[in-house]
Design a protein around this ligand. Structure first.
Ligand code: ZN
Length: 214
């Protein structure tokens, strides 16, 4: 399934520590937003953004490909069975723009849905996930680990997230879900080398990318 997704549904503030680091309240239900398919970019292309808009932050996130449509789903088992593949992705965020938008009470799209704002690794088989409630990954900048993800610490587990978002939007086959980022987000800089590592059942899966030079 290599066609472009109809949408990428993202969860904000899904880890309490990350909500707090940005001064946000811990939500009582998932905070959802959508990136368009035009935001997708491959690892080999490298990251760039309009520097006049201020800082661009990395947010490393466990990302899911939905292979079976989900609409108004309430059964957590069926929700998990709809996942066909998994990878790590970067929810790239123009943080200064986002803060300005938040202050004005405006939507986040200018900060989170721009071209190149969704970088995804290669899809791997869902069989590599032994337990959706204890899946771990790391994100490093220039070989220094900045983020450690563990789905055990999600405020809403993966099944709950999928059921909840399917009440708001039909998840079509091929759609992507980004499950939110753990604590440790920060600004990217020219020439940064980025390493995303997902701890699978049989091996660690490692993807690398970079920030383009000025
Ligand atoms: Zn995010």
């Amino acid at each position: 399934m290599n066609h472009r997704p109809s949408k990428i549904v993202c969860v904000g503030r899904s880890y309490a520590d990350h909500a707090k680091e940005l001064g946000n309240a811990v939500p009582d239900r998932p905070v959802l937003f959508i990136k368009p398919s035009s935001s997708l970019i491959g690892l080999h292309e490298g990251i760039t953004w309009n520097k006049a808009l201020g800082s661009c932050h990395y947010e490393c996130e466990l990302s899911l490909r939905i292979d079976q449509p989900l609409k108004n789903e309430t059964d957590p088992v069926k929700a998990l069975q709809a996942i066909g593949a998994v990878t790590l992705g970067l929810d790239l965020t123009l943080r200064d723009v986002q803060n300005e938008l938040k202050n004005k009470g405006q939507p986040w799209e200018r900060a989170k849905a721009f071209d190149g704002s969704c970088m995804l690794g290669d899809w791997i088989d869902v069989a590599e996930i032994e337990d959706w409630t204890h899946t771990t990954y790391t994100f490093a900048v220039n070989d220094e680990i900045r983020q450690k993800g563990d789905t055990a610490y999600l405020l809403f587990n993966i099944a709950e997230m999928l059921c909840d978002m399917s009440q708001a939007f039909t998840l079509d086959a091929g759609d992507v879900v980004m499950t939110g980022t753990p604590v440790g987000v920060g600004a990217l800089h020219s020439d940064d080398q980025l390493t995303l590592t997902l701890n699978g059942k049989t091996q660690d899966f490692v993807w690398t990318t970079f920030v383009q030079a000025d």
